[in-house]
Write a protein that binds this ligand. Structure first.
Ligand code: AKB
Length: 320
């Protein structure tokens, strides 16, 4: 029986992945763990919640023992923009956190670990269009450095200790439940909140900036599909390229204007532009499609319609 721990459960991906896992495996079998951010009522009411610090091995181990955990989804991380402001913190949380989780998984004989990597593993030396699975990895951000090192560490634990670690390289993730915090792709979420609330947004990347993105239902599906795939189908133990769609900031604005015609977007690039310019514009995820059947559902227009509907409802309920 699955006994799952989700670290970073109060974050953008964790808050929705935990709920999906609870629907599948039962609320009591999925333990949500956060650090500082207060958990939502939905998270607290649907199953156990614990505070842990992933850089403190004992605090993670205590929860693993208490709930007899056999699977970890380790999501706690510092993202790219905060990582450039606080590179030492990014290294500490991202590397020590992953190392602690892998060591605990090894020592306690856990069945499986999921850990998200990111398109941030790529740098300017990789092709920016249809970036292949095995492109050269020379990232320019501390976040990207921790993701490359993390991928190698996961691969090492698989080869050396036989630990079943699985990973995908997420593009920017768009969602309506919990805003992201401290990433470069955050503009693609903030723009929706500001469009619905204020009809105006100041975007921190140029209008012609194109990045790969994914809508939350595809993001949770990628993690769960990969974790449920038969291990004979998983040949990549670093991390799989996955993507949903690619669009420019300007194209996203035009799509939002179809539903909110008075919406105005201004472009004032800041330090995050340089990060965006070092990342892929589109990603080749054919290896994930072939090996474990990755198949995303959402493209730009359907995602935009759904985001606006959900956020408009939350705004009307006074919950935005
Ligand atoms: C970020 O912008 O830092 C993240 C990512 C692409 O991994 N959303």
């Amino acid at each position: 029986m699955e006994r799952i721990l989700v670290t970073g459960a109060t974050g953008q991906i964790g808050s929705e992945l935990t709920i999906e896992l609870r629907k599948k495996y039962g609320g009591e079998n999925v333990i949500a763990a956060g650090h500082r951010r207060k958990p939502s009522e939905k998270l607290v009411n649907s199953g156990p919640f614990e505070y842990i610090d992933v850089t403190d091995r004992e605090s993670v181990e205590k929860v693993v023992k208490k709930y007899d955990i056999n699977i970890i989804y380790h999501l706690a991380a510092v993202l790219s923009a905060i990582g450039e402001e606080k590179p030492q913190l990014a290294w500490k949380v991202n590397m020590n956190g992953l190392y602690n989780v892998l060591e605990i998984a090894r020592e306690h004989g856990l069945v499986r670990v999921f850990w998200p990597s990111s398109m941030a593993v790529f740098g300017q030396e990789a092709p920016r269009i249809n970036t292949p699975q095995d492109a050269v990895l020379i990232p320019r951000t501390m976040y990207g450095v921790t993701k490359v090192a993390g991928e190698l560490l996961c691969n090492y634990y698989f080869l050396r200790f036989g630990l079943d670690v699985r990973s995908v390289r997420y593009p920017g993730v768009i969602s309506s439940e919990t805003p992201p915090g401290g990433g470069t792709t955050d503009y693609a979420v903030e723009i929706f909140y500001d469009a619905v609330k204020n009809k105006r947004y100041t975007c921190f990347v140029r209008e012609d900036t194109v990045l790969p993105m994914m809508y939350m239902p595809d993001c949770t599906k990628a993690a769960i599909d990969l974790m449920e795939a038969d291990s004979s189908r998983i040949t990549c133990r670093t991390s799989y390229n996955v993507t949903g769609m690619s669009f420019s900031a300007g194209e996203l604005t035009s799509e939002i204007k179809r539903y909110i015609p008075e919406f105005e977007c201004e472009y004032k690039p800041d330090f995050r532009q340089k990060i965006a310019d070092s990342w892929p514009m589109s990603i080749d995820d054919s290896v994930a499609r072939e090996e474990w059947g990755w198949n995303p559902t959402y493209e730009l227009s359907v995602m935009t319609k759904d985001m606006i509907e959900k956020l408009t409802k939350r705004f009307a309920e006074g919950n935005l």
